[in-house]
Each structure stands twice: as C-alpha cells, then as structure tokens.
Unconditional design. Structure first.
Length: 355
C-alpha cells in the first residue's frame, strides 16, 4: 500500500476518554510547570530579602506536601487498577506525570495540583461508564475493584438513580436536552412500569451521549498522536469524528507534499491520500510524487499502532499502490501553510531536507 487508502475507525469509548484525559492532564502538567517557573522567576528578588523566613516555611510544609503527593499517587494507582478490565491500566500508569526533577516546593506543588486534577477527571470518566453499563458488565471486576465502587442501594428510587447517573456525567460537559427531558419525565412518571421504561430510555440516552463524548475526545487523541509522531498538523475541530471533515498533516522536510485525511459525515470512514501544493495554473507532474507516496506508505503502520494503543482502531478496507492514481494537485491557497513553508518558501524543494 502506497497510494490512497480507505479505513474504518472503530472507537473504544473508555480507552478514548481515558487517553484524552491523560493528554489533557499531561498538557496541564506542562502548563503548571511553566507557570511555576514564571512565578519563581518573579519572586527571585523577594526571596533574596526574606530567604530565612521562606526556608523555615518550606521546612515546616515539606512533610505535609510529601504526604499529599504520596496520597495522590496512591489514588492514581487505584484508578489504574480499576481500569484493568478495559486494558487501559498500563497506558495510564506509563503516562502518569513524572515527579519534577526540580525538588523545589513550587515545582512539587504544581505536580501535586495537576495530579489531583487528573485523578478527579479519571474518576469522573470511569464512574460515568460504570454507572451506565448493564449490571452484567460489572461481573468482570474483581472483589477488590467492586469494593472500591460506591455501594449499591436497592432502596433508591428511579429518580434518585437518574440524578446520580447525571451527576457522574458532569465532567463530560453540558447535558443534551434529550437527557434533561427524560430526567424530568422520570421524576413525574405516574406508575412503576412507566418509571422503569423511562429509566431504560435514560440509560440508553446516556450511553449515546458518552459515545458522542468519545468521538469528540477522538479529535484530541488524533491531533496529539500525529504531533507526537513528529508531524505538523493543522488545528483539528473537536467535531471531526461527529460531523466529518478534512485534516492535513506533514513533516517539516516534505516540501510541497502533505497527507490529507478526510472523514465522512459519520466520522467512521476515513480516506488518506498524498496531495501536492501547486501554484495556480501549474498542473505539471513530478517524478517525486511516487517517492512521496512510498514515504507515506512506510510511515502509515506506525500511525495505525499509535492510534490503536489509545483506543482508535483503524481497519484498512482499500489499498492502492503508488502510481495507480496520480497524486492530487491542490492549489497552494487551498492548503494550510505550516511554519516551515512560510519561512523557507523561496528555496523550498519537494521532499528535500533543510538540515
């Protein structure tokens, strides 16, 4: 396979949401470190004036800070254990924010703050799925994992059950009108039979909402994975997997070549193909088109693996060899302009390394 490729996306909602949470937490940690460094720089002059007082305060608070960090890390380990039935524990453990190399109170406090925020996010994501799963799906959990979940209360009314389900969705954003209407109808249901039917319908709507949330999270996972693999990526709308759309990405040494990823309106089927930027009126073919397709062919499997590890499975349904179809020529104005292109436009050569 070297030329245009069509594939079907398969989403694992739990893995996708947890992967997106891990990405957001990692980004927050980096932002926290940057803010801590900025704050430390701004306070350098003040520190020189009251160094003795700060040293005493740091010594008295160090033990408390260490205790809170240890508790947060223990909680993170517990969350990883709870995700074990879904095969995501190893990924979460490996992506846990590393303690800062700088042992200063500011850096360690920033680490603690972001670790706590991440734990809270993971709890909300995990609880929302466990709450909406049929009881049979809980059979795979171990006794220790079941003990860690909130105890079941058979005396709860359907209305209270619905309220708890919706509370656990708070971290996924504003609720759609359909779910709010079902909650209201459930509270006013005149009979037990009607309440049971509405509870089933509410559970179905919640699961559909979670699927949509996973599709939105998939856009973040796709963008971050491409960047992690070294590609320049145009901004990806969070509705890419909901409404479909087009994304372009490239490496800095690809010259006029980019890869276009087009998703259909359902966000399930994707087409990858190499395109070449041309100036208006220029339709000349290049012998380097074949080279560009072969290069993308060699890199495509790594992208498949990286996305699959984060819950975005791709099943290739169509493969064309290099040259079976000509590389698509697209006017330069219709393609995103990346930083390297803008800076090196006069001397740029297709696929030439600029090092």
């Amino acid at each position: 396979m070297s030329g245009p490729t069509t594939a079907i996306f398969g989403l694992d909602p739990i893995s996708i949401l947890l992967a997106a949470a891990a990405i957001q937490a990692s980004q927050a940690v980096q932002e926290g470190y940057a803010e801590a460094a900025t704050a430390a720089a701004q306070q350098d002059e003040k520190r020189s004036e009251n160094r003795t007082q700060q040293s005493a305060a740091a010594a008295s608070g160090q033990a408390a800070l260490d205790t809170r960090i240890a508790a947060a890390e223990e909680e993170h380990a517990r969350l990883c254990a709870l995700t074990a039935p879904y095969g995501t524990a190893a990924a979460l453990a490996s992506s846990k924010p590393a303690p800062p190399a700088d042992a200063s109170p500011n850096a360690r406090a920033a680490y603690l703050e972001q670790l706590l925020a991440r734990n809270a996010h993971l709890v909300a994501v995990l609880d929302s799925f466990l709450a909406a799963l049929p009881e049979a799906r809980l059979d795979g959990l171990t006794a220790a994992q079941l003990d860690a979940l909130p105890p079941a209360d058979t005396t709860l009314s359907p209305q209270t059950t619905a309220a708890r389900l919706l509370a656990r969705l708070a971290d996924l954003g504003p609720l759609p009108a359909e779910i709010e209407m079902l909650e209201a109808e459930l509270a006013a249901a005149p009979s037990q039979e009607r309440r049971e039917l509405l509870e089933v319908e509410l559970r179905r709507a919640i699961q559909a909402y979670q699927q949509e949330a996973a599709e939105r999270a998939s856009a973040l996972v796709l963008e971050h994975t491409l960047q992690e693999l070294g590609y320049q990526v145009e901004p990806i709308a969070e509705t890419l997997f909901v409404d479909g759309g087009v994304v372009h990405f490239r490496r800095a040494d690809w010259g006029d070549y980019q890869v276009r990823l087009r998703l259909n309106a359902s966000g399930k089927s994707a087409n990858f193909n190499v395109v070449r930027a041309i100036d208006a009126g220029n339709s000349e073919r290049s012998v380097l088109d074949h080279v560009a397709e072969d290069r993308w062919c060699a890199e495509f499997p790594a992208l498949l693996r990286a996305l699959g590890e984060r819950g975005l499975q791709l099943e290739v349904t169509r493969r064309l060899n290099a040259g079976e179809l000509p590389v698509q020529l697209v006017e330069r104005s219709q393609l995103p302009q990346f930083a390297e292109q803008q800076e090196n436009r006069p001397q740029r050569k297709p696929l030439a390394r600029t090092r």
